[in-house]
Design a protein around this ligand. Structure first.
Ligand code: DX5
Ligand code: ZN
Length: 224
């Protein structure tokens, strides 16, 4: 099943509650946490996640682009995030951290920047609920999708299937009507879309259209 997670990075930060309501048909709300160190941008933290969680019925998918996630990530699960993603490049002890996040009742997810390969993390897959393959360099919304990431998406899907795991494969960055089919055919099943959703005249309709497109492309991918 294709899931669409609108990224509020592309929403109006002064009207977050309304912007969350505008996409209530979405599977998750993607919340980009940036600390100005791991990425050259600064967004929001635990208090905003907590407030947003109270303002919407849509579960929160927190993508932490921060240094020292071992120290900070569990707080996001505690604040009510349903899924917490930390970066492989920043985590000192990813297994311990994933277990801590799961112990808080949230789904644990590992993100890979474009230059980080999946292979070193193969043995960690059973500790995770989702893998995020970044399809842009993290830091900003509205960047162009990196086609060079498609082989990594395919390899990751093969690894997940080979281990017989029920692990979601998320893509984030430049996902739009023009690129979502390539991602779905390669094996992604969770799609973050910022500008493609909030830049549309009708964000809810954009979510539904993207979901339909992804589901059709995934079916084509499986036929191959
Ligand atoms: C980028 C963020 C993305 C961003 C995606 O570092 O992680 O979630 O919001 O925005 P679009 O879909 O516009 O590329
Ligand atoms: Zn993100």
């Amino acid at each position: 099943m294709a899931q669409i997670n609108p990224s509020i990075l592309s929403a109006d930060f002064a009207r977050l509650a309304e912007e969350a309501k505008a996409v209530e048909g979405a599977d998750w709300l993607h919340v980009d946490v940036m600390d100005g160190h791991f990425v050259p941008n600064l967004t929001l933290g635990v208090p905003v996640v907590e407030a947003l969680g109270k303002a919407t019925g849509t579960p929160l998918d927190c993508h932490l682009m921060i240094e020292a996630p071992d120290r900070w990530a569990p707080q996001y699960a505690e604040a009510g995030a349903g899924s917490v993603t930390f970066h492989a490049e920043a985590a000192a002890a990813p297994v311990r951290l994933a277990r801590e996040i799961r112990a808080q009742g949230a789904r644990a997810s590992l993100a890979l920047k474009p230059a980080t390969p999946i292979e070193p993390y193969e043995d960690l897959l059973p500790e995770l609920d989702m893998l995020l393959v970044m399809t842009v360099e993290p830091g900003f919304g509205g960047q162009a999708f990196l086609d060079v990431m498609l082989p990594k998406i395919r390899r990751t899907r093969q690894l997940i299937d080979r281990h017989g795991l029920d692990l979601w494969l998320q893509v984030d960055g430049g996902v739009s009507a023009d690129t979502i089919e390539r991602c779905a055919e390669a094996g992604a099943d969770v799609f973050v879309a910022g500008s493609a959703v909030y830049g549309a005249d009708d964000p809810a309709a954009a979510v539904a259209a993207l979901r339909r497109q992804a589901a059709e492309a995934a079916a084509r991918g499986r036929e191959r």
